[in-house]
Design a protein around this ligand. Structure first.
Ligand code: CUV
Length: 632
């Protein structure tokens, strides 16, 4: 029965306006007909959004406020005396370190899991990549000779946990940056001292009566972001590789069509592989497979969403159901028995969406309890047993599915993933030299990291896909993470066949190596893989990262984590173009500092360009400038 009061023509128009994902269009039409609310509807209901908040000139940090800067009404300062520059910069620092904290707390959970795997307290985990563990041990000065991998893991875990606090005053992985880049950090006073310290100090600085100089506040933001990128996030990536394996190139499938009508469908949504990897193991348990058959299903079908999906896709080839804005639509297929969540990027309203169907939302983190969800207290100590209990709950929900309400909107698209730095180097024959050669010859003009989320201010996936297509046309190789990579996967760009869309130079290189023109490097914390790749390229060339013909882009970002990523890209010397304007327009000084002033500090800056075609032009011009400066 069609419940909607909306005109069918309006429904069709809206589903086309909201997304370029063909299967999402089908589902959006369905949600509008059925009267199921989505992120796009809520965005519409929030219009017009507050102008003062959009420009960053509202402040509600203390009890003398809230305050707004309204120059035309002579309100130039908040009650405390803060002007627009200070209010904007304080708000931005707060946003940035919220993101840094999210990444880094995830990193800590992983490191703690490694530590507990070493000591034998964790259940069901093992050390998979011993070579990587030993390499990291050497960087940390942990003895490896004649020792068991568990002993090394315990010491590596402990050493990394120290780097969150204030005792060690060192973020070891930041040593991986080239000397020239580290010199810039030293000169600017932004070498990160620890992961947590920079975040806590930022919270101190935004307290009334502490940070009062906008430039000083923003520089600290760069330092905190470096503690995330080269610290917390890099630990998340590296130690996940140690525990679950370093990704190798693999093939899988993507979009809502990965759901299977005759299987128990479970989607894994969130970020931390310490949960999702364990669900993969539990679903492989013969007891679980038998149970699924007993309920009449052909088997268990695990699918990923958002970044924990990227983690599983990279390491295990688990099919990917979609990115951020597919999370409500997958429930509306009526074919999902359970959505298992940990934390970050999970709409708090998902149980409301699920209440229209048989789908169970299963939360697992004490940090992210969700009203209306089923909660399992998941910890390293009880990981395997809890994972099995979760899978069991999903299987037992299969008979509750209502077949008439199932709508799987189409067929999945093939994609290639697993491009860790190690996998890229292996594909190149063991060193980065061949990549440098094709950049020097001009066959590949440069490389761009496209990262970040979906945002209802941008047509879903349009920013990511258009930017990537424009860049590869210009012979610029794209490396991607997060929802950007999933968007391009759905659009078919993650297959070697997509090389026909690339310029002649890049096309030749892709054909020779059998790789796509857009490489999937993982989840958001795996933006740290991009840093490692840049560091290796710069060191091989004997230059700083800021001298490379590379750039970053976040065409559809929404999250505080993306602010931290963009900031550590820029602080590491990577020009970064945003597709959505941050909340800073209320301060000309902050805008100027971020879009040009930083060039005098870290030799890189931000730009904002909502049109992805224009953004591609900006980036191509910038890359050509860098090539010229290198004399290639
Ligand atoms: Ni972490 S942060 S919406 S899932 S990329 Fe996707 Fe990626 Fe942004 Fe979230």
């Amino acid at each position: 029965a069609k419940m909607s009061l909306m005109n069918p023509k309006v429904i069709k128009e809206k589903s086309n306006e909201r997304t370029i994902d063909e299967l999402a269009k089908v589902m959006l039409k369905h949600t509008m007909e059925e009267g199921i609310e989505t992120v796009w509807d809520r965005f519409e209901m929030q219009q017009p959004q507050c102008r003062y908040c959009s420009d960053g000139v509202s402040c509600s940090r203390c009890a003398m406020g809230p305050c707004r800067i309204i120059p035309e009404h002579h309100r130039e300062r908040g009650v405390c005396g803060a002007d627009a520059d200070l209010i904007v910069s304080r708000n931005l620092l707060d946003t940035l370190v919220t993101g840094a904290a999210a990444h880094s707390d995830h990193g800590r959970d992983i490191v703690e899991t490694l530590y507990k795997t070493g000591t034998g307290e964790a259940q069901g985990y093992e050390i998979t990549d011993v070579k990587k563990l030993e390499k990291i041990a050497a960087e940390l000065g942990v003895e490896t000779k004649g020792r068991k991998k568990e002993e090394i893991a315990t010491d590596v875990g402990r050493q990394l946990l120290y780097e969150f606090g204030t005792f060690k005053n060192k973020v070891t992985f930041a040593d991986r940056a080239p000397e020239q880049t580290k010199e810039l950090w030293k000169a600017a006073g932004i070498v990160p001292r620890s992961v947590d310290r920079e975040i806590v100090e930022a919270m101190h600085r935004v307290h009334m009566g502490v940070g009062a100089n906008y430039a000083n506040i923003l520089l600290h933001g760069l330092r905190a972001s470096l503690g995330d990128g080269w610290g917390g996030s890099m630990m998340g990536t590296e130690i996940s590789d140690v525990l679950f394996g370093t990704p190798t190139i693999n093939q899988s499938q993507v979009n809502l069509g990965v759901l299977k009508e005759d299987h128990v469908n479970i989607s894994l949504h969130g970020h931390n592989p310490m949960l999702s990897e364990m669900i993969v193991r539990a679903a492989d348990d013969p007891d679980m497979k038998d149970l699924a058959k007993k309920t009449g299903a052909k088997g268990i079908n695990l699918v990923g969403l958002c970044c924990t999906g990227n983690e599983l896709l990279m390491r295990k080839g688990v099919p990917m159901a979609g990115n951020h804005f597919n999370q409500e639509l997958i429930i509306a297929t009526g074919a999902l028995e359970a959505m298992v969540i940990d934390y970050q990027c999970i709409f708090p309203s998902l149980p409301r969406t699920a209440s229209c169907y048989h789908t169970k939302i299963i939360s697992t983190s004490e940090k992210s309890k969700v009203v209306g969800s089923y909660y399992f207290d998941f910890h390293p100590e009880n990981a395997y047993d809890t994972a099995k209990a979760i899978v069991k709950m999903a299987i037992n929900n299969f008979p509750n599915r209502i077949p008439e309400r199932v709508l799987i909107p189409g067929k999945p698209v093939d994609l290639m993933a697993g491009f860790s730095v190690e996998a890229i180097v292996e594909a190149l024959g063991g060193t980065v030299k061949p990549l440098i050669d094709v950049i020097a010859s001009g066959d590949v003009r440069g490389a761009v990291g496209i990262v970040g989320c979906n945002n209802p201010k941008v047509q879903h996936d349009y920013g990511h896909v258009t930017l990537a297509k424009e860049l590869i046309k210009n012979d610029i190789l794209c490396v991607e993470t997060g929802c950007a990579a999933v968007a391009c996967g759905k659009a078919g760009l993650l297959m070697p066949e997509a090389a026909f869309l690339a310029g002649p130079g890049l096309k030749g290189v892709c054909k020779k190596l059998g790789i796509p023109p857009v490489l999937h490097m993982g989840s958001c914390v795996d933006c740290s893989r991009i840093l490692v790749l840049l560091a290796e390229l710069a060191k091989a060339l004997g230059v700083g990262i800021d001298q490379l013909p590379v750039a970053g882009a976040a065409p559809e970002w929404y999250s505080q984590k993306a602010v931290s990523i963009g900031s550590y890209f820029v602080a590491s010397g990577v020009y970064t173009v945003l597709g959505v304007m941050p909340k800073i327009a209320g301060s000309d000084n902050v805008v100027k500092l971020l879009t040009s002033g930083l060039n005098g500090v870290v030799n890189a800056s931000f730009a904002v360009e909502p049109d992805p075609v224009a953004a591609a032009e900006l980036i191509t011009k910038y890359i050509d400038g860098k090539r010229k400066a290198l004399g290639i």
